[in-house]
Design a protein around this ligand. Structure first.
Ligand code: SF4
Ligand code: SF4
Length: 142
């Protein structure tokens, strides 16, 4: 079983529901709608988690594109605003993956993004609000 969180951008509100239901009917996928928004011009944005076989998921994305839906990966990443960080070290105590750590001997707090699991624990810990969560999107199965 393979699952992926996708962001769908529908040209009009009307196409939204049947297209998503067809993902189950035609491609044996299960879906969980995480967020659905209608923009002022009736365009729809939906974030959903799709699960099924990798092959069916790929075919489903092709189907969505044929229906005029723009499909992107929807995920999040943590970034540090270096200008805000005062190297107090508070975040290193809560970071479970050691993505945030104190380097020695200079005692600066370093951020190794590759190790970050996006657990978000550092965000509320950081008093200067240097740690931020940002959505990322990229095309899928191109
Ligand atoms: S808690 Fe914030 S200010 Fe302190 S070291 Fe971590 S990122 Fe920098
Ligand atoms: S989001 Fe979690 S894993 Fe990533 S740097 Fe912050 S505390 Fe560490």
């Amino acid at each position: 079983m393979y699952s992926k969180i996708l962001m769908l951008h529908f040209p009009t509100r009307e196409v939204e529901k049947p297209v998503v239901c067809n993902l189950t009917r035609y491609y044996d996928l299960t879906f969980n709608i995480l967020k659905a928004t209608i923009l002022p011009r009736k365009e729809g944005i939906m974030v959903l988690e799709l699960s099924g076989s990798r092959k069916n998921l790929k075919n489903a994305v092709e189907y969505l594109k044929e229906q005029g839906v723009i499909v992107k990966n929807a995920s999040q990443e943590i970034n540090r605003d270096e200008s805000r960080c005062i190297h107090c070290g508070a975040c290193t105590a809560v970071c479970p993956t050691q993505a945030l750590y104190v380097s020695r001997p200079d005692m600066y707090v370093k951020f190794d993004k590759q190790k970050c699991s996006v657990c978000e624990l550092c965000i509320s810990t950081c008093l200067t609000r240097a740690m931020k969560i940002t959505p990322t999107t990229e095309s899928v199965f191109d």
